[in-house]
Write a new protein. Structure first.
Length: 95
């Protein structure tokens, strides 16, 4: 069964288009190289966002977590963002 992680982020400043482009060009490939099969970054507000990462299975997701922790630390530093929360689990239904 596939596995999903979701992380919620907040910043004091409105994210610029340049920040979004940097995330697209730099961080999404890093997450995929860690083992994700797909990644979406969603702007949930002017100063908030979430990252949804898809993995083929639980084992792949678990194997990626050390690298994901490093990527999250780097994103937090580069964008002066705070990781608000992170959730993960196996997909139980899909359409």
């Amino acid at each position: 069964m596939s596995f999903i992680t979701v992380s919620h982020w907040a910043t004091d400043e409105v994210m610029s288009e340049e920040d979004i482009n940097t995330a697209q060009d730099r961080f999404i490939p890093m997450i995929i190289s860690a083992g994700a099969s797909a990644v979406q970054m969603v702007r949930t507000g002017e100063k908030t966002s979430m990252v949804i990462s898809h993995y083929a299975d639980t084992e792949t997701a678990e194997a990626a977590q050390a690298k994901i922790a490093q990527i999250r630390g780097q994103a937090s530093s580069d964008f002066e963002m705070k990781l608000v929360s992170a959730h993960a689990g196996e997909v139980s239904a899909s359409g």
